[in-house]
Write a protein that binds this ligand. Sequence first.
Ligand code: ZN
Length: 433
Amino acid sequence: MIGSSVVVRTRSWIVLCLGLLTVGTPAAFAGDCPGHPDALGTSRTLVVDPREHPRIGTMQYRETLPLKDHEVVLTFDDGPLPKYSNQILKMLDDECIKATFFIIGGQAKANPEGVRKLVAAGHTVGTHSMNHPLTFDRMPIEKAEAEINGGIEWTSAAMTDPSRQLAPFFRIPGLMRADGVENYLISRGIQVWSADFPADDWRHVSSDRVYQLAIQRLEAKGKGILLLHDIQARTVAALPKIIRDLKARGYRIVHVVPATAELPATPTTPVEWLLHPPTETVPIARWPAVPNFVFTQTRTLPAPSLADLNAQAGHQPLLPRKTMAQANVAATLPVPGRDLFAIPEGSIEVLLSTTLSRRAATRMAMAAETPRAARGKAGKLHGSRSAHAAHGAPKHAAQAGSTAPKTTSPKTASPKSAAAHPTRVASLKKRAQ
Ligand SMILES: [Zn+2]
């Protein structure tokens, strides 16, 4: 036990000394982790200038960190909380991983030693407001400014040299962004950090689920900023598996630090700040507007019904509305009786002219002039058609209704059309010749 504590203490000093020596060119390398040959390590340090890229994280913004494929930035919010933060710190230390922590002022006030440990271990430390209100999107700007400044004040108070140790990085609690809040932060040269994907570790889910979500969402994007919390037991339980899987899948950790007068930003091109830059074959006319972030709960949201869509009278409905006729026809029309389909005497020719070929219609019309023959043939047709119509009555209720004698449709056997039939028969005869 004594021997091991000496080793741990010695390594802590080595880490601390390395941290001090590498302030100008901070870097740790995978495979260069004393005592942990299989460590994931930190592959490179990315120096960013908040003024050049004031908002990052594709969960909300157009730009994100200029990472290469399979590069990951780990971020932890809401600490420090000794019970869990110290375990997270130890795991990262054992793997020689450098991460970014977003500190709550209230936590720093209660546990300043926790902030000093992060600084000593060489992690990047930004802030996350004083009290973590989830109302940044609607609170008065004066209150938002007080929240931002309180967090910075108490996190700085825990540091020996905040001008060098506190990064001008801020993550809005709950990612509840607002233009005024962002503008205030940017005016102070503070970079607004969203993320590229969370692992839902603030929810009541298992640590296995946190691990699965972290890997699945990373795999979906191929690189990016992972949002975690160092105050959750499930995150403590999930982190070793996440780290092992990152290593197995060939991911590399990137440590992000702010540019200073002595430390210029890593040279990048604008297109590298887009997660999936446009290519020549995929033209992008414009980027979609970024909505306010809402935690993804799509699984619990019911699909909107047609009625919901149509309820918004001020907007064009997405689906066609039912017309009054469509809406009422089934409800108001009775099932037609059999006699409804009886065709009045004299209208048979008009009917035939629309359903038979011209030649056949003419033949039938001419035959109709001979009462006996007409009665026989028309009677047959009449019976056959009535049976068919009766059979299909429910399905064709609306159509059948239009043939009812009481309707006034000009195409049906109304008194008007019946009166007109001699003219039509005559013209049919003429054309048939
Ligand atoms: Zn938070």
